[in-house]
Each structure stands twice: as structure tokens, then as C-alpha cells.
Design a binder for this molecule. Sequence first.
Ligand SMILES: CC(C)(COP(=O)(O)OP(=O)(O)OC[C@H]1O[C@@H](n2cnc3c(N)ncnc32)[C@H](O)[C@@H]1OP(=O)(O)O)[C@@H](O)C(=O)NCCC(=O)NCCS
Length: 181
Amino acid sequence: MITMEWTIRSEEPDDAEGIAAVLTDAFSRKDEAELVSLIRNSDAYDPELSLVCVEDGTIVGYVLFSPVVIRAADCDETKALALAPVAVLTQFRNQGIGTALIEEGIHRSHQKRAKIIVVLGEPGYYRRFRFESAKTHGIEPPWEVPEGSFMILGLEKNVLRDVHGMVHYPEAFSSTANTLK
Ligand SMILES: CC(C)(COP(=O)(O)OP(=O)(O)OC[C@H]1O[C@@H](n2cnc3c(N)ncnc32)[C@H](O)[C@@H]1OP(=O)(O)O)[C@@H](O)C(=O)NCCC(=O)NCCS
């Protein structure tokens, strides 16, 4: 049996097509690929937080972290990052690629001094990265979402203690709000 090795790196200029292929395969629709394309052409894009997993020259996985703001009722604002989307080509799943992409993204977010990451998705998947219910911390998504699916990760001790409010995503997300999971 031949075992290929994969690596994780920042997105590079020629990666757009491969990323779109992974997203379209993983979600069986083009919405997430279009969302990433919109973000790539906006101020929200940071190539160091746009990560690909490459195996034998092919992009097989992808994750993006974008800047968001948590705005309290008194208009106090806290900067954070949103993890979305994450995807792995169907035939490359259950090898730890999704985990490696997310862990590298969390590591880089920490290095960039981000304090909080939010995600909308399956709690059963994200709990393994220590994401917890955002609602418990008084942090709300800007859309109606399934109970428990909006989650938050504090990257510093006690950072979630004094942060409350609604999360505001970059403009690109508003056209694809129903496709975030
Ligand atoms: C979610 C996804 C990125 C995981 O990628 P992956 O490379 O297979 O993930 P890993 O190999 O690191 O982890 C696999 C584990 O996650 C679990 N898992 C995968 N998707 C899950 C989900 N939606 N809910 C709960 N657990 C999930 C698997 O059962 C497996 O569990 P195990 O470690 O106990 O065996 C991939 O399944 C995918 O692209 N899905 C379609 C796109 C999508 O739904 N993305 C958002 C997820 S909310």
C-alpha cells in the first residue's frame, strides 16, 4: 500500500481553483466556494488564516478564519475570528486532516493575538477543539441557528468572562448566511 503524506500551508495565489473544488465536493453545492471567493477579494481576507492541506500536489482540505466583531448592547466591541468554512475532500476524510487544519488555524490565530474564535457547526465535531456553547457566555449569532450550534473558543484565560453581545460577520457572509455550517 502506498501512503501519501499531506502538509498544511497558507493559501497561495494559484490555489483558488483547488480550494473551490474541495468546497464544492464537500458541501455538494457552490455556495461555500462563492463565499470564500468573495472574502478573498475583501478586506476580511488574511492568507495566513486561509489554510490548505496538500497531498501529492492536490488540495484535499481547506479552512478559513475571518475577522468578526462581538458588539454588546452598550456598543462595546470585541474583535474575534470566525472559523468557516472547513472542508475535506470526501475520499480523504477520517485521516485527521480536518483536525490538523483547524488546530493549525487556532495556533495561528493565537500567534496573531486573537482572543476569541466563533464557529457555527456540529457541536459534536467542534467540542474536540474545546469550543463551547456561545449562548452560555451571552454571545449570540446574527441569524437564527439550531440550538447549541453556535460555539465559541476563548484563546486566553478568562477572556470570555466579560464579553457579551452579537457577532457581526464580514459583509460577504450576509449573502450566504444560510450556508455557514
Ligand atoms: C467536517 C470535516 C471537515 C471533517 O474532516 P475530516 O478530515 O474527516 O476530520 P478528521 O479526520 O480530523 O476527524 C474525523 C472525526 O470527526 C467526526 N466528524 C466528522 N464530521 C462530523 C460532524 N458533522 N459531526 C460530528 N462529528 C463529525 C468523524 O466522525 C470522526 O470522528 P472520530 O475521530 O471519533 O472517528 C469533513 O467531514 C467535511 O468536509 N465535511 C463536509 C463539510 C462540512 O460539513 N464542514 C463543516 C463541519 S460542521
